[in-house]
Design a protein around this ligand. Structure first.
Ligand SMILES: Cc1cc2nc3c(=O)[nH]c(=O)nc-3n(C[C@H](O)[C@H](O)[C@H](O)COP(=O)(O)O)c2cc1C
Length: 405
């Protein structure tokens, strides 16, 4: 990864102007307009640390790194796992948390906990979850369809955060399906309520993670939301994709999810690209193994020294890290079942660490994909944009069953 530390400006060559002006999220200024997407089970403190370190290694501002979502109810109940989600490293600044909720009062209470207890500097609201067990009850990406409820939740969050100067942003999908799009209206409502930015994952709930993100819709949102930044999200697999999205949509910044799974160094490429440098990280297997081991150590630290838990949580990252590297099925299999740092070290040391960067095989799409699915919705959900009492009761259950997405 040494290559990124020798950036143009340190070599004395003038660095070209940044691609975009700094991102302004309320009082926060993020010089490099790149955001790590919240990903449940992925963007915990350990992974964010690696991403931020990579971004920072360029010498440029590294961007914004959002924690995985926390459900408002769990946070209000001060559930241990929920409180762990909103912990940040000493060097994390700004600190971004994401809240998922379906009830305005509970969301407000959760936002108040984060803001009043100084647990984060920015709160994002999740309206993009497409998981059937959530949308079936009207939560996640199904929620903006109920316009008044969406309005009440966003208003409650903004009002709860305002006394503490904490900006609130909204992250959403295009809508439920192509016949029930909500993003332009939701973006407009959120802007009017005082959110500091809106981010669009340019897919519908029906698309899940399948097909290709519709960047055109990001351009449409940018035309609609004029007074706060619009962030584009979906299918950024490289720094070049990120620049391309900005060029094609006019977005004020990008949100990057699956593309960095097993590749935290993508944030070095992104920071470089947005600051006009064409330096890119192309790690050989030795460098990948070093990052992987460090990820393991950070995981153990995240779980307060519980080594088994930390290393077990690392298992899901193995295939992502090794994508494209010729390590053999046996090693992959063993790494995916690793249960201690010593075992991890031994397995990594046994690899042929002279293997170089495999090029395109290590790049491109990774993580969730799948096929389109007819969204599961409460019976009659699409008949009206208003919420009735029966739906309200179901929605409360939706919050209990959400686990990310
Ligand atoms: C494993 C995983 C977990 C996710 N968890 C969340 C989440 O907690 N909150 C959220 O708003 N979006 C979540 N998402 C959606 C991502 O933030 C992002 O919108 C989506 O992956 C599209 O961006 P990409 O094409 O760059 O991956 C998740 C996605 C994945 C793959």
């Amino acid at each position: 990864m040494g290559r990124v530390t020798s950036l143009l400006d340190r070599a004395g060559t003038p660095v070209p102007a940044p691609v975009l002006p700094p991102l302004r999220i309320g009082p926060l200024t993020v010089a490099t307009p790149v955001v790590l997407a919240p990903m449940a089970g992925v963007t915990n403190r350990a992974f964010r640390t690696l991403c931020r370190e990579a971004g920072r290694s360029t010498g440029f501002d590294p961007g914004l790194y959002v924690a995985e979502m926390v459900t408002s109810r769990a946070l209000v109940e001060r559930n241990e796992a929920a409180l762990r989600i909103v912990t940040f490293g000493a060097d994390e600044s700004p600190r971004s948390a994401q809240v998922y909720g379906v009830d305005p009062a509970t969301v407000a209470a959760a936002v108040r906990i984060i803001a009043a207890e100084d647990r984060a500097d920015h709160v994002d609201l999740n309206f993009g979850c497409p998981v059937p067990k959530v949308t079936r009850k009207g939560g996640g990406a199904a929620l903006p369809w109920k316009r008044q409820l969406f309005t009440d939740i966003v208003r409650a969050a903004v009002d709860a955060a305002a006394p503490y100067g904490v900006p609130v942003t909204v992250k959403m999908r295009k809508g439920i399906d192509d016949d029930h799009l909500t993003y332009l209206e939701a973006g407009h409502i959120a802007e009017g309520l005082g959110v500091a930015a809106v981010a669009l994952h340019a897919r519908t709930a029906a698309q899940h993670y399948s097909g290709v993100a519709d960047w055109e819709s990001i351009a449409r949102l940018k035309e609609t939301v004029r007074t706060v930044p619009v962030l584009g999200n979906g299918d950024i697999w490289s720094a070049e994709d990120a620049l391309d999205m900005v060029r094609r949509t006019g977005a004020d910044g990008v949100v990057v999810g699956r593309g960095c799974q097993g590749r935290p160094w993508l944030f070095a490429d992104l920071a470089a690209a947005f600051n006009g440098s064409d330096v890119r990280v192309r790690p050989g297997l030795r460098e990948v193994a070093d990052v992987l081991y460090r990820h393991g150590e950070l995981m153990v630290d995240y779980y307060d020294g519980d080594e088994h838990r930390g290393v077990r949580d690392l298992r899901k990252h193995m295939a992502w890290y090794l994508k494209g590297y010729a390590v053999g099925g046996e090693a992959r299999h063993a790494l995916a079942r690793v249960s201690s740092l010593a075992e991890l070290r031994a397995l990594l040391d046994a690899l042929d660490l002279t293997i170089g960067y495999p090029g395109a095989d290590a790049e491109g799409q990774r993580g969730r994909a799948g096929t389109p699915k007819t969204p599961h919705l409460p019976y009659g959900w699409l008949d009206s944009r208003e919420l009735d009492a029966e739906f309200e009761a179901r929605l409360r259950e939706a919050e209990l069953s959400v686990s990310g997405g």
